[in-house]
Design a protein around this ligand. Structure first.
Ligand SMILES: NC(=O)c1ccc[n+]([C@@H]2O[C@H](COP(=O)([O-])OP(=O)(O)OC[C@H]3O[C@@H](n4cnc5c(N)ncnc54)[C@H](O)[C@@H]3O)[C@@H](O)[C@H]2O)c1
Length: 432
């Protein structure tokens, strides 16, 4: 089959590379000309395991362009994967609408439009009306929300838990059935339903995960207050199959694009408010996670202006270079504003962080985790990137100044292995 993808970020690039590697012909279009130049040279513009290899292997079936007409006029299956950020409590459809304008302008035949971007409820219907009022062609709109996670995007796309497809007439249903095998390499549940259901399944799945994350982070705070241990409490809970074990480890909150679309205030295209109180509470808890970690620092130190602080991790979660809505960035910014010297190391996102703090002279970027720790008074572990776990407790003692203090948001060490270190973890007793 022949596909055109509009928007080549995490969702669009991974999907287009995978479809090309399954021998479909794919045109990838993005407005970002630099991105297209790199992709034309065969360089992946995001860090995802196996993506670079798959991109190199699939190049004969994959063509990249920054020319919308070239991308849209040729194919009649167009997949929209543009970003849909939250601006002031509303999902911003500016980029989505620009994509629709291009489709209306350049489509040369009737088209199937597959929406993989996360969009408010009602967008499927709106898309059909928008396009057909601007073009002489007919459009069948298929809502196919994407459920991948960054850092496992290729794996998730090859091994989804389910495929959800929202359609509202017989022709779209038949088309949806015909493309299902294209997106699946193994048998998983396929739910063909209404567009509104599909749109809400995506939004509410993200919100449910966010709620679980905030639940665990709130529980970690209670563990600290009552002298319990979150690791043991989570383990005990997870042994109940009704609860399961995912998202029961504490951290500094969720972030990335998920942060943008879980806000139930922006779920309905035509209406502003929904009263989904549980999710709103989860959002409130999440907003406080950076402050909760900062409070641990300010409780220990009256002022941070004389401190050199090693920071391990700045992305919104481990093993991705994405810093969108990262609580780590907020923590670093607050500490710099209060006069601390920061030595940062992150395995993947250093270039992006340098751009954010380009005016700050008190942040140094280190090439190795141990260099970020060296000569510091305090170390903050803000993601659980795999390589941080290779730092041994004795490394902190030998590399840091005086008695080391380590604040670990992700509990990557056992409390009792941190002898000689003041080890302040998350939801567990402090090791002094
Ligand atoms: N990142 C994830 O893990 C993830 C998971 C599931 C769903 N989603 C959803 O998928 C959508 C895309 O997310 P993403 O993380 O891939 O975003 P992204 O920001 O990484 O990529 C979006 C791309 O779209 C391009 N773009 C913007 N407007 C365009 C236009 N008019 N024409 C062509 N290209 C345009 C941008 O240049 C960018 O390359 C969002 O709605 C997001 O909520 C993301």
């Amino acid at each position: 089959m022949n596909f055109t993808f509009i928007g080549l970020g995490y969702v669009g690039l991974v999907n287009s590379v995978l479809l090309a590697s399954f021998y479909h012909n794919v045109i990838g279009y993005d407005i970002d000309k630099n991105k297209i130049e790199l992709l034309k040279q065969g360089v992946s513009t995001i860090e995802e395991p196996n993506l670079q290899t798959l991109l190199s292997e699939a190049k004969t079936k994959l063509r990249f362009t920054s020319n919308a007409q070239d991308a849209i006029s040729i194919n009649n299956i167009i997949v929209i994967c543009v970003d849909t950020p939250n601006k002031n409590g509303q999902i911003d459809l500016t980029h989505f609408n620009e994509a629709l304008d291009d489709i209306a302008r350049y489509a040369e035949k009737d088209c199937y439009i597959i929406i993989r971007s996360t969009v408010p409820i009602g967008t499927n219907k709106y898309t059909k009306e928008y396009l057909e009022s601007r073009s002489k062609h007919k459009f069948q709109i298929i809502s196919m929300p994407e459920f991948m996670s960054e850092s496992t995007a290729v794996y998730d796309t090859i091994n989804p838990y389910r495929l959800v497809i929202g359609v509202n007439n017989q022709e779209s249903i038949e088309f949806a059935q015909s493309i299902t095998p294209v997106f699946l390499t193994k048998k998983v549940p396929v739910l063909i339903t209404t567009p509104e259901n599909a749109e809400l399944i995506k939004l509410s799945s993200d919100a449910f995960i966010a709620t679980k994350i905030s639940f665990t982070n709130s529980l970690a705070k209670i563990c600290e207050d009552v002298g319990a241990d979150i690791d043991r409490v989570s383990l005990g809970m997870s042994l109940d199959p009704r609860i399961g074990k995912s998202f029961l480890k504490p951290g500094i909150g969720y972030g990335g694009v998920m942060e943008e679309t879980i806000d139930p205030n922006c779920w309905i295209l035509s209406k502003k408010e929904t009263n989904f109180e549980v999710v709103k509470a989860a959002m409130e808890v999440n907003k406080k996670q950076a402050t909760r970690l900062l409070d641990k620092i300010f409780k220990k130190y009256k002022a941070v202006s004389s401190l050199t602080i090693g920071v391990l991790g700045a992305s919104y979660k481990a093993n991705t270079e994405d810093i969108r809505n990262s609580a780590a960035i907020e923590i670093i910014r607050t500490l710099l504003d209060k006069g601390a010297d920061i030595q940062l190391y992150d395995p993947l996102c250093m270039d992006k962080v340098e751009k954010v703090f380009s005016r700050h002279t008190h942040i140094k970027y280190k090439n190795y985790a141990k260099d970020a720790i060296k000569g510091t008074h305090l170390v903050l572990i803000l993601t659980n990137a795999d390589e941080f776990k290779l730092i041994k407790p004795e490394d902190y003692i030998s590399l840091m100044i005086a008695k080391p203090v380590v604040i670990d948001a992700h509990n990557i060490y056992k409390v009792n292995e941190m002898n000689g270190i003041e080890y302040i973890s998350n939801g567990r007793k402090i090791n002094k």
